[in-house]
Design a protein around this ligand. Structure first.
Ligand code: HAM
Length: 415
């Protein structure tokens, strides 16, 4: 038997229903905020991720799926959505009018070669949004609030952990101070952090293994290094978040695992401490990838983690297909009538199922029951000749006889 690759999964039955429910809900939700859907390729030139996510990040050094195509080009399965969207924005010159905020949202599979565990897959799905052209802290707060309220609409309460990483100059000065502080004590940190000191020192701050290490706890704080402008900007974002009733908390350990961020970053953390999503401002990525100087901010949320969270509480029965009408038939004439009549009902938005095998009447009743059909149409050759149809209401057990011409209207009025 050929099995699925490690770290992937088949989206089946009620999970599939839950997933499509969430996607529909996202679409409606984003429409209210005037965001437009965008889809970019699942693979991109490898260089794109090196130049955006960052040469020394865990994602690029350890987790990408890279392959040479038959034309010897190096491609990479996207580990995240932002880089592809920025590439597309530049390539298609989507930035247009600089006075207008360009607001895009996406859902799609991403690929990271990570050790599979609960909430960590090699193929996973993100919902994300990206807003371009505005550097106003107001848009940061709005973007943060979108993730917060979207999760709330799905019944998930989160705390938003926010931080300011300041501008590039601040991060340079702070990183220098952090390295100077940690270097003499580096043997007391985990092997990963020993590497990070050389490659990506800021990530030492959010290391899970060293989270309680006193060295990290006493490390210099980035807030002491922020410029006046960054402090003001962060203050404004917090005020706007207060105005929008977003439950947030400043956490100086949030540094994020991607290199393109500057200024404010954040994560959505659920009541079990699971990070459902994260994002931040990235004002230099468009320019670094060859586009104009355009500010941007966005986030992504992992839909597997969202599904894990709500699966505990949601009534899966509600997500099952409950058909409106089941049409019973036995003879060939009844079956042909059922086939055509079902089409008529379906084209009138009535969810209909028919007997699609040579089932006995008893078995058909059982199928109708398991589908939780609201009505059963009991076809019968004699009735058909007279142009009448019997309909059973499965809740009241009442059977009504109707003219076949009035049945659609009757069903639409009674479903
Ligand atoms: P990220 O923090 O790398 O950010 O990923 C966002 C979310 O994707 C995570 O919080 C998590 O829920 C989900 N996720 C990440 N890796 C996995 C995995 N291996 N298995 C399951 N879920 C996972 C980004 O990707 C940025 N592009 C977000 C962003 C958009 N920043 C600005 N705009």
């Amino acid at each position: 038997m050929i099995t699925k690759p490690k770290g992937t999964y088949d989206l089946l039955t009620t999970d599939a229903k839950l997933y499509t429910y969430i996607c529909h809900m996202i679409e409606d939700f984003m429409n209210n905020y005037n965001y437009e859907y965008i889809r970019t390729p699942i693979f991109e030139a490898t260089e794109l991720f090196h130049r955006s996510v960052g040469e020394n990040t865990d994602i690029v050094t350890k987790e990408t799926y890279d392959f040479l195509d038959r034309g010897n080009r190096s491609n990479t399965l996207r580990p995240e959505g932002t880089a592809g969207i920025v590439r597309s924005l530049i390539e298609n010159k989507l930035y247009g009018n600089k006075n207008e905020c360009i607001k895009l949202f996406y859902t799609g599979t991403m690929y990271r070669y990570e050790r599979p565990q609960s909430g960590r897959n090699r193929e996973f799905t993100q919902f994300g949004i990206e807003a371009f052209n505005s550097n106003d802290p107001l848009i940061d707060a709005e973007v943060i609030s979108i993730g917060y309220y979207l999760l709330e609409s799905l019944g998930i309460e989160v705390n938003v952990a926010i931080n300011s990483l300041g501008d590039a100059e601040t991060r340079k000065r702070y990183t220098k101070a952090l390295v100077e502080y940690i270097k003499p004590q580096i043997e007391n940190l985990c092997p990963d952090c020993q590497n990070r000191l050389k490659t990506n020192p800021l990530r030492i701050l959010d290391c899970k293994a060293d989270a309680d290490n006193i060295i990290i706890k006493n490390a210099p704080k980035i807030s002491d290094y922020l410029s006046e402008a960054s402090i003001n900007r962060f203050r404004k974002i917090k005020a706007y978040l207060g105005l929008l009733d977003v439950d947030y908390e400043v956490n100086e350990k949030i540094v994020r695992g991607l290199d393109y961020y500057d200024e404010n970053v954040w994560e959505y953390v659920d009541e079990n401490g699971v990070v459902l999503g994260g994002g931040g401002r990235y004002n230099h990525l468009v320019e670094n990838l060859g586009g104009p100087n355009i500010p941007a901010v966005g986030f992504a949320i992992g839909l597997e983690r969202v599904m894990n969270n709500i699966k505990q509480d949601i009534d899966v029965e509600l997500l099952k297909n409950n058909v409106d009408v089941y049409i019973m038939s036995i003879s060939e004439e009844e079956k042909m009538y059922a086939l055509r009549f079902a089409q008529n009902l379906r084209l009138n938005n009535i969810m209909t199922e028919i007997n699609s095998a040579a089932l006995s009447l008893k078995s058909q009743f059982k199928v109708a029951d398991s589908l939780k059909a609201k009505f059963i149409i009991m076809l019968n050759e004699n009735d058909l000749q007279k142009g009448i149809i019997k309909v059973k209401d499965t809740a009241t057990k009442e059977i009504v006889t109707l003219d076949e011409k009035e049945i659609v209207d009757w069903l639409l009025g009674n479903i």
